[in-house]
Ligand binder design. Structure first.
Ligand SMILES: Cc1cc2nc3c(=O)[nH]c(=O)nc-3n(C[C@H](O)[C@H](O)[C@H](O)COP(=O)(O)O)c2cc1C
Length: 154
């Protein structure tokens, strides 16, 4: 089973609530999970075995929330050694914005630029559909966590 750190970016708490629900699901599947809502670059490198799961909303015009933006800036300036690290993306936006999902895409690219290996496709949630983000995220993470097994091919 895996050690997973969920990196949360949230303005009004929706992504935070999704992260908590996803954490419960992952723990029920036997994983060890921590939620980090004030991530710093040190948090990425302290445990090389940890799998990283970004769970972020979008704000402004395709911007990351204030509690995740510092990590993004540090990643692009300090180049932490996370090559080969596995990560996943839950990207929560609203398609009524022209900049739909751009913040989640930006942090996905920052991980890829550092050589990290994304597991599965990003989950992109659209608030304008009115669907329950927690239910959608839990269904996605059930599949995602299967890809973490040593025998699975991402
Ligand atoms: C002021 C504001 C700006 C937003 N800007 C964007 C955006 O640029 N792109 C996008 O996809 N969603 C945008 N959204 C939608 C939010 O990302 C979406 O509602 C999300 O579920 C909010 O999650 P949170 O409560 O965790 O912040 C914006 C929402 C607000 C209130």
């Amino acid at each position: 089973m895996s050690q997973i750190q969920i990196l949360v970016g949230s303005v009004t708490g929706t992504a935070e609530a999704v992260a908590e629900e996803v954490s419960d699901h992952l723990e029920a599947a036997g994983h060890s999970v921590t939620i980090n809502s004030m991530a710093q670059v040190e948090d990425l490198v302290r445990n090389p075995d940890e799998i990283l799961l970004v769970c972020t909303s979008n704000t402004g015009a395709g911007d990351l929330p204030d509690n995740l933006q510092p990590l993004y800036v540090q990643m692009t300036r300090e180049f932490p050694a996370i090559a080969g690290r596995r990560y996943g993306i839950i990207n929560m936006g609203d398609s009524s914005y022209a900049t739909f999902g751009e913040a989640g895409q930006a942090i996905d690219e920052a991980f890829a630029d550092l050589g990290a290996q994304r597991v599965g496709e990003p989950l992109v949630l659209d608030a304008s559909t009115g669907e329950d983000p927690e239910a959608l995220a839990c269904a996605w993470v059930d599949q995602w966590q299967r890809l973490l097994a040593p025998e699975a091919t991402p």
